[in-house]
Design a binder for this molecule. Structure first.
Ligand SMILES: NC(=O)c1ccc[n+]([C@@H]2O[C@H](COP(=O)([O-])OP(=O)(O)OC[C@H]3O[C@@H](n4cnc5c(N)ncnc54)[C@H](OP(=O)(O)O)[C@@H]3O)[C@@H](O)[C@H]2O)c1
Length: 334
């Protein structure tokens, strides 16, 4: 076993989009577990858009970062030394090790992973927090009915691809919104969406009108901004809008001006805010249903994996520019 723990640290609050210089790195001794603790070796690090908000010490998250702290984050890791009776050497778990090769845990908030269910990396994507977000937001907030039109943005990422595929299984007609022809092609061919529009190819409102001739019954919003504005111009009567993410705004110092909400009134629509942590009790239900779909070939997912802990800053900056294609992960150990 190596004797050093390589870590990526927080250096400073980014100005606008993050750059690799906003991060530092160091090496420390591999820690030893105390009573009640276990030591685990990181296999995969999850890169999630909300880390950008944590980097500006947003009040809505419990995490706080000072210069030199290890970057926070969820990982899949293998227990290699344990003084906690609940966890044994060899167990695969999701644990908040952060951006480092080894981490200590008391076991609180740790979830054991069954490697027979699906590749363990999915516990950070479609069978983890992002998958639960897509599941709960669609099943319990969006509630698409058979034949209704369901639109989802950032539709090839772990949240969007889960929301769209769940809506399809519920009988909805699913239209994705994505940022390239390649992503749209994947959404239709692999994810089974009925259509997908590329918002970088001109007038999005007009493209949506063509793809959704009867209007949009449910919109699962992962990006906000101009995309939300274009959707609001195409609402069906009684539409539901699930406000899930607003990635563009995470890299802004001041929130952008809000959309004009007149069409929400005209369509008697409702908008609901989604926070995945309100739905944590639904994790077993989600992993049972979507895990079953993965095994029977009825659910697809894609991962965007970079290699080694040192690649994490650049990979995170790429995610925040929208350059990822699939769940953004770092393979830290084999
Ligand atoms: N409410 C909750 O509890 C909760 C929980 C988890 C995640 N979320 C939110 O859900 C959203 C999706 O998360 P994810 O993990 O599945 O991410 P993701 O889709 O893997 O990555 C983000 C995607 O956003 C799209 N995007 C659109 N406009 C963008 C812009 N201006 N800048 C950068 N990217 C842009 C890009 O895809 P295209 O090229 O296709 O546009 C990019 O690939 C995020 O906003 C996240 O914060 C919310």
């Amino acid at each position: 076993m190596p004797d050093k723990n390589r870590r990526i640290t927080f250096a400073r609050v980014p100005q606008g989009l993050p750059v690799p210089e906003d991060f530092g790195s160091d090496e420390t001794a591999i820690p030893t577990p105390g009573p009640g603790q276990f030591l685990s070796r990181t296999l995969f690090l999850s890169l999630d858009p909300y880390y950008r908000n944590v980097m500006k010490n947003s009040q809505i998250y419990a995490d706080r970062l000072a210069a030199g702290d290890v970057m926070v984050g969820e990982t899949v890791a293998q227990v290699i030394d344990s003084r906690n009776p609940e966890f044994r050497t060899g167990d695969i778990v999701t644990v908040r090790n952060g951006w480092q090769e080894y981490g200590l845990s008391s076991g609180q908030g740790v979830r054991k992973i069954d490697p027979a269910m699906a590749p363990v990396s999915t516990a950070l994507g479609v069978l983890g927090m992002p998958g639960l977000t897509g599941w709960a937001g669609t099943v319990y907030l969006g509630e698409p009915r058979p034949g209704q039109t369901f639109v989802v943005s950032a539709c090839t990422g772990p949240v969007g691809s889960t929301a769209g595929q769940v809506a399809r299984h519920m009988g909805a007609r699913v239209v994705g919104i994505a940022g390239s022809a390649e992503k749209c092609d994947y959404a239709v061919r692999e994810l089974g969406f009925d259509a997908c529009v590329d918002y970088k190819q001109g007038d999005l409102a007009a493209q949506l009108k063509q793809a959704c001739p009867d209007g949009i019954d449910v919109y699962f919003d992962n990006v906000a901004g101009d995309t939300l504005v274009a959707v609001l111009r195409n609402l069906a009567m009684g539409a539901r809008i699930v406000l899930c993410g607003m990635i563009e705004a995470y890299s802004m110092d001041k929130p952008p001006a809000g959309p004009w909400l007149g069409p929400v009134v005209g369509a008697r629509a409702s908008m609901k805010g989604l926070v995945v942590y309100d739905h944590m009790q639904r994790m077993p239900e989600m992993t049972r249903v979507i895990g079953g779909w993965i095994r029977s070939g009825q659910f697809r997912y894609r991962e965007d994996i970079s290699e080694g802990i040192a690649s994490a800053p650049e990979a995170f900056c790429r995610l925040m520019r929208g350059g990822n294609f699939g769940k953004s992960l770092v393979r830290v150990g084999s």
